[in-house]
Design a protein around this ligand. Structure first.
Ligand code: GLA
Ligand code: ZN
Length: 673
């Protein structure tokens, strides 16, 4: 069954952020935009993201004339609109009259008006005003034929330390700890350094000039996430007064808020992706971006939207390199290969002044279509039209990797291991890469997700876990699942309180057949080796000393240091399943060996069998067909064997056996079922 963003517009969305309000005095530009939209095979504009000061120039005095005109024009030109709610930036009059809308920094200082995303998440006035504005927009445009969905605000993020937010934090804690301050004292272990609280109102947020420790930090981050979520819920309630069109928020990678939970408020996930291609580490960047595409798709188990990407370069990275020929199409289709039903840009047209005038856009300052970038965009638009039948399909996934934001937050603040950077993200990428390079489709899930759909689950460095997750993993393996865990598994609960009785927590010792006694953190440049069968694999950063249960089988042993010959990689049969414990951090080779042998035992194969370095193959399918995307991130062509006959969706020709994938090139195949 295909799942569409909007049942009434079954096309890949191709377009992006459009700011016609910047050209209100030169409306001939609007007409050019419409001509160029058609010419570039674009069909979507995200409008109104930062328009509040035009829509409500004075308090309660509205002017929708620009919006009325531009929505009609876009529709007449055959385009559709994701209409934004404007809460990402507000008019100056509002900040002057109601300073509570502005954020307060952790040092207690209130921000001046300026920048964007500079709003308090709690302010009752701001919430009320946003609700009103959204319902007015929904009433006026909810039935406009151009509008197919709602772009709620822009890139939510950040926190506020104002008195209102601090009071809301107190209430949030009271609720979480059921009104019992001693429950908080226990979970936060506040007898340490005499930090006990007598009541909830004594608890302050983590402050540079006040208290700061892991449990406090973690609850503050969860509070901020929940506050963001309720802010979004309020925005959507405003829209829902008059419109039932689908909603989305544009998310970002590397955030500490819990997007998976927040995604419950919206109909579709979208995200903004700005990779810095063509650095020396270009080839390892491709799987990293793939990881995030999978993360955002897995969140709702539904196609997502690539809401923002640049058609050429950015202007805010330290070095803003252009995409090499081929790279625009390749990186855009990469998103599609992983489940995106759109390729959208920041931005349609370069602004004339201010911060983002040199950020890549479909239309440059020159104003016409005779640019390399415009041609790239057009070529992509044509490609998306040719592969329209892929829309709404999903990959069929057997392998999941756990990347858990709570665990990420916990590792960031944990006092121990490598203090500054435990490299959780990097280790997730290393494990993910073993699947990516084999052309295996993967879901990226959080620790509490349902594991039953998967044959194999990999959980790198899952240090912080709830009791529920511990039980979930135990049940999964017992009932037949295969699970790979690593060093530092299940050491603390969600409040950074250690599990007692040996790591990993509770029944996981039985599941993995190990008791992990201590972790050796190596200095940079140091290493050890793990011998598995006839090969030695380099290990760095962490070497855990582990004790085995009689049921467990040693797969690899340390080679050096005082723990030479002790087990490093362990396999254990538990219930109907198998658990692997990898006690040390490899540099890719050890992970390759473990993943390779586990996949072999489970008979899981990639979409294409043999892939050279820097080439991958991902897929989407429905009941009738499977679509395979072969991507080559190398700067030279690669020959690969695709085996059986498949239809090249772009050329309409059949191909089989050895085919050439050009440099920074790709092929999109269809295999009937
Ligand atoms: C973000 C924002 C956009 C724009 C781009 C530039 O994603 O949402 O408004 O600033 O960055 O890359
Ligand atoms: Zn606030």
């Amino acid at each position: 069954m295909k799942k569409y963003f909007n049942e009434n517009f079954k096309h890949f969305l191709h377009g992006g952020d459009y700011n016609p309000e910047q050209w209100i005095d030169t409306k001939e530009v609007w007409d050019e935009d419409m001509r160029l939209m058609k010419l570039s095979h674009c069909n979507e504009m995200s409008v109104g993201i930062f328009s509040w000061s035009i829509l409500e120039p004075k308090e309660n005095e509205y002017d929708f004339s620009f919006m009325d005109e531009i929505l009609d024009k876009i529709y007449e030109a055959g385009g559709r609109v994701l209409l934004a709610t404007p809460s990402g930036a507000r008019p100056r009059w509002m900040a002057e009259k109601y300073p509570e809308v502005l954020r307060v920094k952790s040092n207690g200082q209130r921000n001046e008006f300026g920048r964007r995303h500079n709003h308090c998440l709690t302010s009752p006035y701001y919430r009320k005003k946003v609700y009103e504005m959204n319902s007015i927009l929904a009433k006026r445009y909810g039935k406009h034929p151009a509008v197919i969905g709602w772009h709620i605000s822009n890139e939510y993020g950040g926190d506020c330390f104002c008195p209102l937010c601090r009071e809301a934090f107190t209430k949030w804690l009271e609720k979480k700890y059921e009104g019992d301050i001693d429950k908080l004292n226990f979970q936060w272990w506040t007898t340490f350094w005499s930090h006990r609280f007598d009541n909830f109102s004594q608890v302050a947020p983590p402050l540079p000039h006040g208290d700061s420790y892991a449990s406090l930090e973690l609850d503050w981050k969860r509070f901020v996430s929940d506050q963001t979520q309720s802010f979004i819920a309020n925005e959507i309630a405003g829209v829902r007064e008059y419109s039932d069109l689908p909603t989305t928020i544009n998310m970002m990678p590397y955030q500490y808020i819990n997007y998976t939970k927040i995604a419950n408020e919206i109909d579709a996930v979208s995200w903004d992706s700005y990779p810095s291609w063509h650095k020396p580490e270009h080839l390892s960047l491709a799987p990293e971006i793939a990881f995030w595409h999978d993360f955002f798709r897995s969140m709702k188990q539904k196609p997502f939207l690539l809401m923002e990407s640049t058609p050429s370069n950015t202007n805010w990275q330290e070095f803003n390199k252009l995409k090499r020929p081929g790279m625009h199409k390749l990186s855009s289709i990469q998103a599609v290969a992983h489940g995106s039903d759109s390729v959208q840009y920041f931005q349609w047209r370069k602004s004339r002044g201010s911060n983002e005038k040199f950020h890549g856009a479909v239309v440059d300052h020159v104003g016409h279509e005779n640019t390399r970038v415009f041609k790239d965009v057009t070529e992509l638009g044509i490609c998306l039209e040719k592969i329209n039948e892929v829309l709404g399909t999903m990959p069929s996934v057997k392998v999941a990797l756990i990347y858990d934001v709570d665990n990420d937050n916990a590792l960031k603040v944990a006092q121990g291991f490598q203090l500054k950077d435990k490299k959780y993200m990097q280790t997730c990428y290393t494990w993910y890469n073993q699947l990516w390079k084999r052309g295996i489709d993967v879901d990226i899930i959080n620790a509490e997700a349902d594991l039953t759909p998967y044959t194999l689950v990999i959980a790198p460095m899952l240090y912080s876990t709830t009791e529920k997750t511990v039980a979930n993993i135990e049940k999964y393996v017992k009932e037949g699942g295969t699970f790979i865990g690593t060093y530092a598994l299940a050491m603390v609960n969600e409040n950074d309180l250690c599990y007692l009785g040996g790591f990993p927590a509770n029944d996981l010792k039985k599941v993995f057949g190990v008791w992990a006694e201590e972790i050796d953190t190596l200095y940079p440049g140091e290493c050890n080796y793990v011998r598995c069968k006839n090969n030695e694999y380099k290990v760095v950063d962490y070497c855990e000393r582990i004790n085995l249960a009689p049921s467990a089988q040693t797969v690899g042993k340390y080679q050096d240091d005082f723990y030479a010959n002790e087990p490093a990689v362990v396999k254990n049969a538990y219930g109907k399943g198998t658990a692997y414990y990898v006690g040390a951090r490899g540099t890719g080779e050890l992970e390759d060996f473990v993943v390779g042998s586990v996949l072999k035992s489970l008979k899981i194969e990639g979409n294409i069998k043999k892939l050279p370095d820097g080439v991958t193959a991902h897929s989407r399918e429905d009941e009738n067909a499977k679509y395979i995307f072969v991507e080559n991130y190398n700067g030279d062509k690669k020959i690969i064997d695709i085996g059986e006959k498949m239809l090249n969706l772009e050329t309409g020709e059949t191909e089989s056996g050895e085919v050439v994938i050009p440099s920074f090139g790709l092929k999109i195949y269809k295999k009937a079922k």
